[in-house]
Design a protein around this ligand. Structure first.
Ligand code: ADP
Ligand code: MG
Length: 368
């Protein structure tokens, strides 16, 4: 049964969308990015202070005196983004803040405030929610941000956590996804694929635990990748380092959905193509070993795993000397013209089209 809204609502005009037909389009046909595009393609800002709306890691709002605010929001749903059977609430609170701050740093801005909205079912006790908040406050302390508000409501289906982060930057310092130039170097911070392998280990141990009652999980030797999954950090240090080095990236994004997906966002929005060298992709030895153990290709884990929260950025070749040999940054390729497309050069020097099989929550359900 469909409830029809009352008359008052009928005065709402449907401005932007195609007339509603009797067709039913499944959301999975569009995927997450297709859906966002569809919902926002006719979005027009009416306020001059809205400098940049949808499409980057954060929106950019004029704050006067040559300053801007950046605003970003991320929502985590139980059963989709986290599993409380192996994600401690303390870590979850920390991670929920960090993933938002990562988007602020990806604009080359400094996070200052967060709001926290939670939906709770009666499964959660006060002590449990306080544990979550310990994690939230811990991240606020570590990154020097203030919790300034939020919302609390009930839920029929587990925990939902939505955090909004606000950051500040000089207008001229903001780095968008869209300004990469041909021949710019493609650089990544840290190493990739670890968070995904951490998740594989946790899922494996959960399965064993369920099937063999009383068996405690075997997690030794996996500290690094488990931490990458359960308690990631945002690369505040990279933003500070780039400033000290006098390097302003021409474009930047954080890696939440996997390297391939993020490279394609940069090239798409900059109207370019790219070349990425497989042998240059930084992968930690634990990630590599564990991937082999799971019969996974470590490169695929780095390209499509996601949740690493590293920064991916482009710099002019003139800046190469400044970042050369820096252990926190790896040049993995360069930008080319759009017509050349996006390619991965494998270890045998064969070129393959670079495609995004990134983590897409709308598709994920189907795969399960
Ligand atoms: P990120 O992975 O960096 O958090 P997303 O992929 O979630 O970015 O979102 C891409 C862009 O789309 C962002 O600018 C975001 O603000 C915008 N966006 C996402 N969902 C919606 C929505 N439901 N309505 C309007 N804008 C959205
Ligand atoms: Mg992002």
């Amino acid at each position: 049964m469909t409830l029809r809204p009352f008359g008052a609502v009928s005065s709402l005009e449907r401005l932007n969308f195609a007339p509603m037909s009797n067709n039913r389009t499944e959301l999975e046909e569009l995927g997450e990015f297709g859906l966002i595009k569809r919902l926002t393609e006719n979005n027009k800002a009416v306020n001059p202070s809205t400098l940049y709306a949808v499409g980057d890691d954060a929106a950019v709002i004029d704050a006067g005196d040559g300053m801007v605010k950046v605003v970003t929001t991320d929502m985590l749903m139980e059963g989709i983004h986290f599993d409380l059977s192996y994600s401690p609430l303390l870590h979850l609170g920390y991670k929920a803040v960090v993933v938002n701050l990562s988007d602020v740093y990806a604009m080359n801005a400094i996070p200052k405030q967060v709001t926290v909205s939670i939906a709770l079912s009666n499964r959660f006790s006060l002590e449990a929610v306080e544990e979550l908040y310990h994690g939230i406050y811990k991240a606020c302390t570590v990154y020097g941000v203030d919790l300034v508000g939020g919302d609390t409501t009930s839920s029929l289906s587990g925990l939902a956590l939505s955090i909004t982060a606000v950051g500040e930057a000089k207008k001229e310092d903001v780095v968008y996804r869209k300004n990469a130039q041909e021949k710019d170097l493609l650089v990544v911070s840290g190493d990739l694929g670890g968070a995904y392998m951490g998740l594989q280990v946790l899922e494996r141990e959960k399965k064993v635990f369920k099937e063999t009652s009383g068996v405690q999980p075997k997690l030794e030797g996996n500290d690094y990748i488990l931490e990458r999954q359960l308690k990631p950090e945002a690369r505040k240090d990279i933003i500070e380092m780039l400033e000290q080095l006098g390097v302003k990236p021409s474009s930047m994004i954080d890696i939440s959905d996997g390297l391939a997906s993020e490279v394609l966002h940069l090239t798409d929005q900059s109207g370019l193509g790219s070349v990425v060298y497989e042998e240059k992709i930084p992968i930690d030895p634990t990630t590599f070993e564990r991937a082999r153990e799971f019969h996974l290709d470590p490169t695929v884990c780095a390209l499509s795993g996601g949740e690493d929260y590293e920064l991916l950025f482009t710099v002019s070749q003139d800046d190469y000397e400044k970042i050369k040999g820096n252990p926190n940054m790896t040049v993995i390729g360069y930008m080319v013209d759009k017509a050349s497309g996006n390619h991965l050069i494998d270890k045998r020097e064969q070129a393959h089209p670079l495609t995004a099989q990134g983590w897409d929550p709308i598709l994920k359900k189907e795969e399960d």
